[in-house]
Ligand binder design. Structure first.
Ligand code: ADP
Ligand code: MG
Length: 318
């Protein structure tokens, strides 16, 4: 493992039991993430993005595989041993109000994270709350407000301030801008980018929208029914998309660059994502793929190297 690798995920899998059947939510996913870099995770709803994010943070236990964070294999650590590492790994959600107590003011919510982790004194923590609010672009008096008094964009900034309060090394951003207006999305993404540079943060940035992950990501992994079907450095993925599914995702953002709802609609035109409880044979994407051959219907494709650091799991790639 090179010295600046912060996170190494190796062959991680998670199966849920649903109504007596096995649902493979995440299947054999591997990647590495360097300090100060962003991995974008993209795929339609139900492709396993949130499950993967939670596995990485050990908010969920994996069935197979391991997660090495900052040199420690955290997959087998006991709860108590995990506690000190928790500070270094934070998460930001699509709906920040869901993770904020409605009866706590914004200031109390941010301070609370520091109290739980026994950081600082009352005075130093209060000063830090003001500093963090300012850093995420909110007026200081927002600390007296309750979550319901804030807009979606303001709440997401509070969620970011709360995550930052512990000086983490890694933040999993799970669809952090998906519920926001497009103009606000751009501001929040820019803030995340500035904070990354300032604090050398690593991000796993999750979105169903490839256009959203593009700006932040150094590397992008495309998930389909729990598996990474293509992965490459971000520029390379956009210049040379090799899996038909990635090309569908790309077309949908190129054709309708402005309106996120329209983009979603374009995606659904290609047919619905199959149920992970009953995945298609062969290549899981074959029922929706305009290039599918008989081979695709029966044999699962191996990963093929397209270029340095770029692979696609597709029979049509040679
Ligand atoms: N706790 C759970 N129990 C059963 N199934 C789950 C659970 N969490 C997620 N799933 C299923 O796992 C699959 C992946 O879900 P998720 O990771 O939330 O996808 P995404 O974030 O890409 O929308 C979905 O089919 C979802 O229904
Ligand atoms: Mg999700």
């Amino acid at each position: 493992m090179p010295t600046d690798t912060l996170l190494q995920v190796e062959h991680i899998s998670k199966t849920f039991r649903v109504g007596g059947k096995s649902l493979h939510a995440v299947e054999n996913v591997s990647f590495a993430l360097e300090a100060g870099k962003t991995l974008g995770l993209v795929g339609e709803s139900g492709s396993g993005k949130s499950t993967l994010g939670r596995l990485v943070l050990r908010l969920l236990d994996s069935d197979k595989g391991k997660v090495v964070f900052d040199g420690t294999d955290i997959s087998r650590l006991k709860k108590k041993e995990l506690r000190s590492l928790r500070r270094d790994m934070q998460i930001i959600f699509q709906d920040p109000s869901a993770s904020l107590n409605p009866r706590m003011t914004v200031g109390e919510a941010i301070e609370d994270a520091m109290i739980i982790h026994k950081i600082g004194t009352k005075e130093s923590n209060r000063a830090r709350v003001s500093e963090l609010l300012q850093r995420v672009g909110l007026p200081e008096n927002v600390k007296y407000a309750y979550p319901h008094e804030l807009s979606g964009g303001q709440l997401q900034r509070v969620g970011i301030a709360r995550a930052l309060s512990l000086n983490p090394k890694l933040i999993v951003c799970d669809e952090p801008v998906s519920a926001l207006d497009v103009s606000i999305q751009v501001q929040v993404i820019q803030l995340l980018k500035d904070l990354q540079e300032e604090y050398n943060l690593s991000y796993i940035f999750i979105s169903h929208n490839l256009a959203v992950v593009e700006y932040l990501s150094d590397e992008i992994a495309v998930l389909y029914l729990g598996e990474v079907v293509e992965q490459a450095p971000a520029d390379e993925l956009f210049q040379n998309p090799s899996h038909p599914y990635t090309r569908v995702l790309l077309q949908s953002i190129l054709n309708v660059p402005e309106n996120p709802e329209l983009k979603q609609e374009m995606l659904s035109i290609q047919g619905e994502i199959p149920s992970p409880l009953n995945p298609p044979s062969g290549c899981a994407f074959h029922p929706r793929c305009t290039h599918a051959t008989d081979l695709c219907k029966t044999v699962k494709p191996e990963r093929k190297n397209v270029a340095e650091g770029h692979f696609a799991a597709c029979h049509l790639v040679d």
